[in-house]
Design a protein around this ligand. Structure first.
Ligand code: ADP
Ligand code: MG
Length: 847
């Protein structure tokens, strides 16, 4: 009587006797891309189902106490020669041995949990493996004619629908498909259904981020158990019919019945939903080719089966090997189709169907090896959670409506009734644009804040206006000037080569009165602010200030203007020279003393009460006192410009010659290559060249000579330009300084102070910069005090006197007069010291 182990004994545990590798429990990450939350690691479950037989090999096959292992003992029998003679004992560790187990028990043990978890979102794969006739189909599908003997498949469908009924909180849809893989071809076992229609293209296995799917395989929605059974029977019938019509043995194909589930919560606010699928796989017979002794078609079938099963085994070995990164899923249709169902995030269960008979022991051993390998594979079952986009949008819309309502309540509570929160239309945007423009122009003081959307639009429009203005400025500049990109070195060097000149022969960017300059525009050219007097500077000054004396129409504004222009402007107006020079003057830090007596001193007309603008005065100065130096300055400048123009022309000529040289060189090279191609002629060691080439050589020689000459000329010109530039700068500097002195003496320094300063002093009053007089800083005052003490050593009493005087003055007098008065005192003191005359010492001229 065979020792029969039943599933009731599964709970008993025994130590693993399998090789250490079989017991490896350390996990590794899965290679199948996960679509959901990671679960805990889990081993593939491998069960063995033994086909009932009266001829069970008791002596050879023994089950472990816990029913979780099988020991095989082989008597040494050389006649059999089936297995390795060296090895007679094997031990396989498993998750359970099902001997004489009912279909019911098999389902409970093998499939129930996996199916149940599939409804919770876990993918599952249940696979039957074993030699033909061992009971794979019986286990998977069962006997269709007998309800009691129905297999895993119908039971799984039953469980699914039963569980759905138990979950009224969820709307769960069930779909099924039935795929057959025969000789590496894919067949849809449900394609005969009337609504499927013929498949135009052969089925293909497609991988996408959601996983693997079979393109062309019909997937059927089943709303109830009965429909699902009908589909299963349809598939089974097709499988049998095909085995007749196509003359194929159903045992030689792999069949995959898949149940797809999708569970949406009936609570609308729940956007998450879960999907899962459960693959129920009935594999082809695993018997080895050598044993079948088949030929022809059968041989072909066997070859395919062996190959695909061997690839399945390879994939499983790879999955079980933690050091392997690549799993060869695509080697066969079977492994490819099951790619996301082997290992990965699935619950995986293997049922190995074996014969318990001695005669089948070799195949049994092979099947058990497969089972124990399968147990090494680790999976990480995880819930496939997804988000329902449509439901999400609906929920968000709902929330948005609610928030808007709430906002409206808030607004009405705070008396903000007219606030609109809708997106802005074109008219509103245009209005904001106009507000921004007016704000920038200064005609609108502030932009009222209404809401966040409006603030954002205001910023947007700022950007729009700014970029428009940038474009306008740039295009205006482009219309007027040739702009060169600072980073465009080629263009810069080209400009430098031609002497930095513009079309008129002026230095580009260098103000000279006719060109343009950067900085603040002169008052008179500012838009919207017309000058009060539209006379030429000369008219203005000569007629009003000089000839009409005190009744000067020159306003104080003009004076201010001149001050501004002195420090900031490089204008493009008629009085350009003056401003040009004034600007240049800023660059000159030291002032050379330049003594020049005024020959027209006695003829001086009474000075105007308000000094004329510097610009106006400068024109006058150039024509009178400074006429000589101005003439020299102009002369030098015209020489400089003439030289620059010549240098520019020479550069252009040089460039043209250079270009011609290059072209001639190219032509010569071309001639040379032609000559080389056509074969060269030599006469007494001399190369014979044709006339054309000869002329080119002559031309090149001539061009090079021209180039050298022109280049020499350019070098000379540049030296001259440098020299002339220095002369011009010097003249400019001198002219300005003379002007300053003259201007200060004529208009700024009180005449009485001038008289005081004149008394024996060698310093001309106008030489001291007016700015120094006007604002004596702390430091200056200190220096002044120091000077007092050092220059008046012989009259120590005078120091206290002057100190007291200075203090009194600081209280009551204007700074200019005060400073000059002090200066006058010192100079007087110096004079007295020098001449020894006491007179006037204690009576300095009071300003
Ligand atoms: P396989 O699919 O592995 O080739 P089958 O499932 O077709 O084998 O089984 C071969 C035969 O054995 C069938 O007639 C089947 O009814 C019978 N059979 C297999 N296993 C059992 C079992 N556990 N109990 C009763 N009959 C079985
Ligand atoms: Mg079968």
């Amino acid at each position: 009587m065979a020792t029969v182990y039943t599933a009731s004994r599964l709970a008993v545990l025994v130590a693993c006797r399998a090789p250490s590798s079989c017991c490896s429990s350390s996990g590794r990450s899965t290679r199948v891309p996960l679509r959901a939350k990671m679960g805990t690691r889990k081993k593939v479950q491998a069960f063995v189902r033994v086909r009932p037989t009266d001829d069970f090999a008791h002596e050879m096959i023994k089950y472990g106490e816990d029913n979780k292992s099988i020991d095989i003992h082989l008597k040494k029998d050389t006649r059999r020669g089936v297995v390795n003679n060296q090895q007679t004992d094997w031990s396989f560790r498993l998750d359970g041995v099902l001997h004489d187990a009912s279909q019911d028990l098999v389902y409970e043990t093998v499939a129930k949990d996996a199916v149940s978890q599939a409804l919770d979102g876990y993918n599952g794969t249940i696979m039957c493996y074993g030699q033909t006739g061992a009971g794979k189909t019986y286990t998977m599908t069962g006997a269709t004619e007998n309800y009691k003997h129905r297999g895993i498949l119908p039971r799984a469908l039953q469980q699914v629908f039963r569980m759905i009924e138990e979950r009224p909180t969820h709307a769960i849809t069930v779909r099924v498909s039935y795929l057959e893989i025969y000789n590496e071809n894919l067949f849809d076992l449900l394609s005969t259904l009337p609504y499927v229609g013929p498949s135009v293209t052969p089925m293909t296995i497609v991988e996408n981020p959601q996983g693997i799917f079979i393109k062309g395989l019909s997937v059927h929605l089943t709303s109830q158990e009965e429909d699902a059974f009908s589909l299963l029977f349809e598939g089974e019938t097709n499988r049998i019919i095909a085995s007749h019509t196509m003359n194929k043995n159903s045992s030689r194909s792999h069949c995959i019945f898949t149940i797809y589930m999708e569970a949406h919560s009936r609570t609308l606010s729940d956007e998450k939903y879960i999907t899962s699928k459960i693959n129920l796989v009935d594999l082809a017979g695993s018997e080895r080719l050598s044993k079948t002794g088949s030929e022809g078609r059968v041989l072909k079938e066997a070859t395919y089966i062996n190959k695909s099963l061997s690839f399945l085994e390879q994939a499983i070995i790879a999955l079980g090997d933690q050091s392997r990164d690549h799993i060869p899923f695509r080697q066969s249709k079977l492994t490819h189709a099951l790619k996301d169902s082997l290992g990965g995030n699935c619950n995986m269960v293997l049922v190995t169907n074996i014969y318990g008979e001695a005669t089948q022991l070799d195949e049994t051993l092979s099947s058990l090896r497969f089972a124990s390998r399968m147990r090494l594979v680790t999976t990480e079952p995880a819930i496939n959670e997804k988000y329902d986009a449509e439901r999400m949008v609906k929920n968000l819309e709902k929330e948005l409506a609610l928030l808007k309502q709430e906002l409206a309540i808030h607004d009405s509570l705070s008396n903000r009734t007219l606030v609109n929160y809708d997106p802005m239309d074109e008219i509103q945007i245009a209005e904001i644009n106009s507000q921004v423009r007016r704000y920038l122009e200064g005609t609108l003081d502030e932009i009222d804040i209404i809401n966040l959307r409006q603030i954002q639009e205001v910023f947007n429009q700022f950007r729009v206006v700014l970029s428009q203005q940038e474009q306008e400025v740039e295009s205006a500049l482009r219309r007027k000037y040739t702009l060169i990109d600072k980073n465009d070195f080629a263009a810069i060097s080209a400009v430098q080569k031609v002497g930095l000149m513009d079309v008129e022969g002026n230095l580009v960017g260098e103000p000279d009165g006719q060109s343009f300059g950067l900085g603040v525009a002169p008052f008179s050219v500012k838009p919207g602010k017309k000058p009060k007097i539209k006379k030429t500077p000369k008219d203005q000054f000569s007629s009003s200030a000089r000839k009409e004396g005190a009744s000067s129409p020159v306003s104080g504004k003009d004076f201010d203007m001149a001050s501004i222009s002195k420090t900031q402007l490089i204008p493009s107006s008629k009085d350009g020279d003056m401003k040009d020079m004034l600007a240049r003057e800023r660059e000159t830090s030291s002032i050379e003393p330049l003594i020049s007596d005024s020959p027209k001193e006695e003829l001086r007309v009474p000075r105007p009460s308000t000094p004329p603008s510097r610009t106006v005065a400068f024109e006058e100065f150039k024509n009178e006192r400074g006429s000589e130096i101005n003439r020299i300055f102009k002369e030098n400048k015209s020489i400089l410009n003439e030289r620059k123009k010549r240098a520019s022309e020479t550069t252009q000529r040089i460039n043209a010659i250079k270009q011609e040289i290059d072209e001639t060189k190219d032509a010569l090279n071309f001639q040379k290559s032609l000559r080389e191609k056509q074969g060269e002629y030599e006469n007494k060691g001399l190369m014979i060249i044709d006339e054309e080439e000869f002329l080119l050589i002559l031309k090149l020689k001539d061009l090079k000579k021209q180039y050298r000459n022109e280049y020499q000329e350019l070098r000379d010109l540049r030296a001259e330009i440098q020299y002339c530039q220095r002369l011009v700068d010097q003249c400019r500097h001198r002219l300005l300084m003379e002007f300053d002195i003259w201007y200060n003496e004529s208009f700024m320094i009180p005449e009485d102070i001038q008289v005081a300063l004149k008394l024996g002093s060698s310093i001309r009053p106008g030489l001291v910069p007016i700015s120094r007089i006007v604002c004596l800083g702390e430091d200056d005052q200190d220096r002044f005090s120091h000077l007092q003490q050092t220059v008046l050593p012989e009259g120590p009493d005078s120091i206290t006197f002057y100190n007291a005087k200075v203090k009194t003055d600081q209280k009551g007098y204007g700074s200019i007069r005060r400073a000059w008065w002090r200066a006058a005192c010192i100079i007087n003191a110096l004079n007295l010291r020098r001449t020894g005359v006491d007179q006037g010492y204690d009576k300095p001229i009071r300003p």
